[in-house]
Design a protein around this ligand. Structure first.
Ligand code: HMG
Length: 367
């Protein structure tokens, strides 16, 4: 039962796959200076699937963890939404695998959402709006954003690869409440796309950077006029962004500062304290598309106290963007879901370049 019409995150479950490839290893086989990947792009380790893992297993792992951490009853779930751009089926939604695994059926709405990396945010928003509408009949929503991000070998996007899943129970705001007012923006672009049947995406790398920055300027300047934005940004203890690679966020944030005529030194210190700090996990996972922003949000929640606010900027190619704002209810530093991810990161198998080339053979032939 909801008490004051405020909804948000009741539980979180995070999952990454079993392998990690340090970017130094990729640099060895791509004849590149590793500092380009580590300093130039800001990536440290990419998460990769073993032969038994894929988007479905990642989603199910995150969902199971969210349910265990929530402790509620399956009968209380009235909506299952899955967001992904790594679907293994053009028709059957990823949410059906979730329903199958949990043996769920009945008066439940279940579907998949697609809008490149923005899909996870759309799924979360729809769950929130369903709660606000009253049509949830006091049930909760199970939302999962899961992806496996792969590019063709030697593609410029290869060092940004990653994989992971973030699942949420949306209902009582035990962890964080979500403000129903958001700031959204979209336009039609071909910056990153994957035609039906193609294994890997096509990318217009330069255009994708411009689209991301343009979307950020258009969303942030809805929060406040350019000359007042500096003051408004200070209301947020953390500013989380979609992280295709960490340097993208730095670049875009600097452009936002320039656009709003904010002192570059102020922008840089805001970035270091409130943005860079949220990407601890992204640097070790890589781009997990729909889940990427939500790993940053989850990380920020471990650093916040009750009543502090964070801002979440979502971007998806194609392109669509939205800013959500969340208020932390309770610090999460010692929460089980945090321990679970930290354990995954320390216990995963770190592979070398030769092993990567070996698993690439099976990815390339099986996808
Ligand atoms: P690139 O063109 O190979 O890299 O790949 P570059 O030449 O631009 O170099 C990158 C940076 O490294 C530069 O820094 C270099 O100077 C620096 P900058 O000038 O930009 O500050 N550098 C070095 N630094 C230190 N030591 C060195 C060295 N050498 C160079 N030795 C590109 C970059 C973005 C094109 C590539 O990573 C790519 O194709 N990525 C995929 C597309 C992407 O991630 N776009 C981001 C925005 S779109 C988005 O976010 C949506 C997405 O997530 C998909 C979705 O929505 O589903 C991708």
């Amino acid at each position: 039962m909801t008490t004051n019409n405020e909804f948000g995150i009741s539980a979180i479950g995070l999952a990454i796959p079993s392998y990690g490839l340090p970017l130094q290893e990729l640099a060895k086989i791509r004849n590149t200076d590793a500092t380009k990947f580590i300093d130039g792009l800001g990536c440290e380790v990419m998460a990769l699937c073993n032969s038994a893992e894929n988007v479905v297993t990642l989603a199910l792992k995150a969902v199971q963890r969210a349910l265990d951490n929530w402790g509620g009853k399956l009968e209380d779930i009235g909506l299952v939404v899955a967001a992904t751009e790594s679907s293994i089926d053009m028709s059957r939604p990823l949410s059906s695998w979730v329903m199958q695994e949990l043996n769920l059926k009945g008066n439940i709405r279940s579907y998949e959402v697609k809008h490149a990396c923005y899909g996870g945010t759309v799924a979360l928003r729809q769950a929130l709006e369903w709660k606000i509408s009253g049509n949830s009949k006091n049930k909760v929503a199970l939302v999962v954003a899961a992806d496996v991000a792969l590019y063709a070998q030697d593609h410029s996007g290869e060092p940004t690869q990653g994989a992971g899943a973030v699942a949420f129970i949306i209902g009582e705001p035990n962890i964080a409440s979500i403000n129903p007012i958001s700031y959204y923006w979209s336009e039609s672009q071909y910056d990153f796309w994957r035609p039906v049947g193609d294994k890997y995406p096509e990318v217009n790398g330069r255009l994708s950077l411009t689209c991301y920055i343009n979307a950020m300027l258009n969303c942030f300047t809805q929060i406040a006029p350019k000359h007042e934005l500096q003051n408004y940004l200070q209301e947020y203890n953390y500013i989380c962004c979609h992280v295709p690679f960490p340097k993208m966020v730095h670049k875009a944030f600097a452009k936002l500062g320039q656009f709003c005529n904010i002192d570059p030194l102020f922008v840089e210190s805001l970035y270091l304290q409130r943005v860079y700090a949220t990407m601890d996990w992204n640097r070790k996972i890589g781009n997990s598309y729909t889940a990427s922003l939500w790993f940053a949000v989850a990380n920020a929640l471990t650093k916040m106290q009750g009543q502090q606010q964070l801002l979440a900027f979502s971007y998806g190619s194609g392109c669509g963007a939205e800013i959500l704002t969340l208020k932390c209810v309770a610090n999460q530093q010692v929460a089980t879901w945090v321990r679970q991810l930290e354990q995954d990161l320390t216990q995963r198998t770190i592979i070398d370049a030769a092993h990567y080339l070996e698993i690439r053979k099976s990815y390339d032939s099986s996808l």
